[in-house]
Design a protein around this ligand. Sequence first.
Ligand code: ADP
Ligand code: GLC
Length: 479
Amino acid sequence: MNVVQVSAEIAPWSKTGGLGDVCGALPAALVGRGHRVVTVSPRYKAYDGAWDTTVRARIHLFGHTHEVGYYHLNRDGVDHLFVDHPSYRRPGIYGDDSGTYGDNLFRFALLSRAALEVPLRVPLGGEVVGEEVLFHCNDWHTALLPVFLEGIYRSAGRFPRSPAVLAIHNAGHHGTFEAHEFAGLDVSTRWWPACDMSGRLNCLKAGVALAAKLVTVSPTYARQLCIDHSHGLEGLFSHRARDLWGILNGIGEEWNPATDKHLEANFSADDLTGKVASKAALQRELGLPVRPEVPMFGVVARLDHQKGIELLMGAAPWLLRQDVQLVILGSGGAAYEDFVRRLAREAPQRARGIVGFSEPLAHRIEAGVDVFLMPSRFEPCGLNQMYSMRYGTVPIVHATGGLADTVQTWEPASGAGTGWAFREFSTDALMQAIGFALRTWWDHPDAWRKLQQNGMRRDFGWDRAAQLYEALYLAAYGR
Ligand code: ADP
Ligand code: GLC
């Protein structure tokens, strides 16, 4: 199959969270199964090794014609295209210190339109991909692609057999805009009902209504979208439930403790000495007492309402009265960042908070800490709990979405389980789970080792997911 994957982020070139990781990893896994995959994402800056194809497309949007260029590089058999336009070359992906960019509807509508031109006009390996192609869109940013596919191309006889699939990584963001902006999209008003939600232009809704198939990143979140987790789209998701798949994300090879280049020492399930060294190195790096015996807790997250930071704020005073260490790395909401900044002041021997985004430090935290906290209010999939398990770090999570699907609560009697998944979204429930972990750490070191190994032996590779995506694509063609 020919697949064009379109997304606002793609790691390692652009990333604010898991969307970038997934869009960076899935294409290579699909190529491994014999498919041809082209990714299309914005050229936010110059990327090493990406060359100007010299192809230009002229796209009419918001009353003007805009010229875009395409930069190309091939890695692991995947053709990556970066769409070049002045509106992408800014400090942030979605916004900067002054807030969200005011022209995001234009920027991402342009991306979808530019992606639709790729199979028609960008030669890759000597010739264009052609019209036999499946478009895989991701989140609200590219959820208008099915509108353009139907409203501009298919109505002109182009792409007669090409389906669009929409992947929902986070239904917390719909991409809503004033109704009058619809006119700027340059499609017939016939398509307004699909885009309209309560009198506003809603990009995610348009994609959910028009894509041939829908997929989200865990089976539990797929069910939740139909019940209470989609902010008003529950009815539409229920209506389309037969077309909505839940496919759990995988994790990439850059998150492998045996080969991770960011670590002080590498390690594996059979030999955890490198993890002990990584913990000591992290304690030194953070200026905390180097104590192998003390349980060390870690958090790496976007500091967003989604992530349940309130629960951490509620539990922190109690937790930091125990003999523990805590490190939090994240950036986002001002009140959450204040909390993170205050940690070291309030518990200088026990806690550190780093406000910022650092890929290498995120790896060193995953490797160095003993327990990873992820009390998300909702979590479509979540990658950090899987990274944790792979690194012998025991996750404590709120049992929602993909967290519920990946973390199995420890059962001392059978020796099964990989962490603790608490059911009620409350500080008390989080503290109770931390209490179980502390007791296991101090009183049952053998059980702790088993917990670590259970997690490290789980298979979170991309192959299983890629196989399911292939089945989804075939179903999309069949529809
Ligand atoms: P989400 O996509 O909702 O942010 P995920 O768990 O799916 O949640 O993915 C988060 C990804 O972003 C992980 O790769 C995580 O390590 C990374 N990440 C989040 N915040 C930071 C940060 N401050 N510094 C480095 N990496 C971060
Ligand atoms: C989103 C979700 C997260 C998921 C990621 C990748 O950002 O918040 O749960 O893991 O996308 O699919």
